[in-house]
Design a protein around this ligand. Structure first.
Ligand SMILES: Cc1cc2nc3c(=O)[nH]c(=O)nc-3n(C[C@H](O)[C@H](O)[C@H](O)COP(=O)(O)O)c2cc1C
Length: 172
């Protein structure tokens, strides 16, 4: 199997924690974990199989294009990148209680950029089993990636990741 690149940010929070679980499920030898704060266009060029891990920390932050986050420098690179030769999957961290109307919005916004830039998006999931009001990550009745909620549904993360990685193994 070609190695997968898992780009994630920020460091040391829930996204990082989830990234490690995803890597364990794939087998750590099959995946390179790359913090977005250290990632470059060369890293995107190098891999055909890509996973992005991102959290939503408010629409205002997204509108400012992550000026104060780990994504600040890498986001413009992703926004302008041609993904036509890439298979891409995303997972998103959010909080379905406090931010029920913007649940994992950033994952959706990022997924839509990948689609616009001609990437093949894999790893879509059913919203069944999630409680929320609205999300930018929903399209045609499916989430454009895997939502995870470490704030209120921490217990569900391992099984959600396990099922998703099994799905990705057949879609990559
Ligand atoms: C200021 C702030 C704004 C947030 N906004 C959203 C939001 O709009 N939608 C959502 O689903 N979660 C939101 N969250 C919840 C985070 O996405 C969640 O806590 C996540 O696990 C953080 O992961 P990280 O520590 O790796 O960044 C917000 C959290 C904070 C602190």
């Amino acid at each position: 199997m070609d190695k997968i690149a898992l780009f994630f940010g920020p460091l040391n929070g829930s996204v990082h924690h989830a990234a490690k679980i995803v890597a364990q499920e794939f087998g750590e030898e099959n995946i390179d974990l790359i913090p977005v704060s250290q990632a470059s266009i060369n890293d995107l060029n190098k891999y055909g199989k890509i996973i992005f891990g991102i959290s939503t920390v408010g629409k205002d932050t997204w509108d400012q294009e992550f000026t104060n986050t780990d994504w600040a420098e890498f986001f413009p690179v992703v926004r302008d990148f041609d993904f036509s030769t890439k298979k891409v999957a995303l997972f998103g961290l959010g909080d379905h209680i406090t931010y029920a109307y913007h649940f994992v919005d950033s994952m959706g916004l990022l997924a839509k950029i990948i689609l616009k830039n001609k990437g093949t998006l894999i790893g879509k999931t059913s919203p069944e089993g999630y409680n929320f009001q609205d999300s930018e990550a929903l399209k045609d009745g499916l989430f454009l990636g895997l939502p995870l909620d470490e704030d209120y549904e921490k217990d569900l993360t391992p099984e959600r990741v396990k099922a998703w990685v099994a799905q990705l193994k057949s879609e990559f």
